[in-house]
Design a protein around this ligand. Structure first.
Ligand code: MRU
Length: 331
């Protein structure tokens, strides 16, 4: 099946629409959603209809065009940038469009398109650098979805897999299901299997045991925000995967573009962690899972300390956490 783009813009700046894949319906239904008002864009980001740090950055950039043409000005842009707090790409993209456009919607659209094109190129470069880590016969493990559905290109954590697959390397991927919203079970398995990559979904609690059985030689995940010391926030459960990988001596890599790094934060302790509705854990569709008398805690992300990260795969190459500060400073 040919996949439509995860995020795109149709038409001109004055009347056009942000078009996204409605990801909450995947894998049962592949439906596109056209958004022409700011509340609709914010709602799509909050509901995870569009999700993944780079994809919400690109959607946010196009959302600026909609905010500006609707006369919603700085307050509208601020609401948009705040829609999800952990992925720094969203605020980064909104601020970049705001400063370049100076209120002009045509300039805003041109800048949003530049951010979009650069994300595509960045993913390709991450894929090329990361593919060198993947060898014939390897078992890989990933958490959440950091693929084409999370970016405007071929993904971050999944990009090395796409490049290695295109180069004829034979490997298999274990995709953690990723409770509670199941991005691994619904999205990673969907896009990898569509591309003919051997993928097996496992429950989140199974990763350590699959590692112990010797079936995983490499872990690659994405990130939503990375501090200057290399601490990386990603989907809740990533930290546990990193701890298990270290215990089993398995290299743990984080793949992310420059726009996911936040040079202003000294460590991961300063990364804001989004807390989401209790209902995501309390219910599965119409079925109640947790009794009303029990409390629920639902942080959407956790922070993996730099000490557990073997390397960070970026568009400029693979760096150790200790090299990040100088890379960010342009060195
Ligand atoms: O809540 P989500 O689905 O937006 O979380 C996504 C992730 O945690 C991804 O791993 C991260 O954004 C990187 S996407 C290339």
């Amino acid at each position: 099946m040919a996949m439509p783009p995860t995020v795109s813009w149709r038409g001109d700046a004055r009347t056009g629409a942000l078009v996204i894949i409605e990801q909450t319906l995947l894998p049962s239904e592949l439906r596109l959603l056209e958004l022409t008002d700011l509340d609709g864009v914010i709602d799509a980001i909050v509901r995870l209809a569009v999700r993944g740090a780079p994809a919400i950055g690109v959607a946010g950039a196009y959302g600026c065009v909609i905010a500006l043409r609707s006369g919603l000005g700085a307050a509208g842009l601020e609401r948009l940038a705040d829609a999800r707090p952990t992925a720094v790409n969203l605020r980064w993209a909104v601020e970049r469009v705001k400063s370049v456009a100076e209120g002009d919607v045509k300039k805003a659209l041109a800048e949003a398109k530049r951010i979009h094109a650069s994300d595509e190129d960045t993913c390709r470069r991450i894929g090329q650098h990361g593919a060198a880590l993947i060898r014939n016969g390897m078992g890989l493990l990933t958490h959440c979805n950091a693929g084409a559905l999370a970016t405007a290109g071929m993904g971050t954590a999944l990009a090395p897999m796409y490049v290695a697959h295109a180069n004829g390397v034979k490997f298999r991927v274990f995709a953690d299901e990723t409770r509670p919203l199941l991005q691994g079970a619904r999205l990673t398995s969907f896009e990898l299997s569509e591309q003919g990559i051997d993928v097996t979904v496992i429950g989140d609690g199974m990763a350590a045991s699959v590692m112990r059985a010797g079936r995983v030689q490499l872990v690659i995940t994405g990130a939503d925000r990375i501090a200057a010391n290399g601490d990386a926030a990603n989907k809740i459960g990533t930290y546990g995967v990193a701890v298990a990988a270290r215990h089993h001596d398995i290299p743990f890599y984080v793949a992310a573009p420059r726009s996911t790094f936040d040079a202003a934060l000294a460590s991961g302790n300063e990364i804001p962690i989004e807390e989401r509705s209790e209902s995501e854990l309390r219910r599965l569709g119409p079925t109640q899972l947790v009794p009303a008398g029990a409390k629920v805690f639902n942080p959407a992300f956790d922070v993996t300390p730099a000490g557990l990260i073997t390397g960070l795969i970026t568009e400029d190459g693979i760096f150790s956490p200790g090299q990040i500060r100088s890379w960010l400073a342009g060195g």
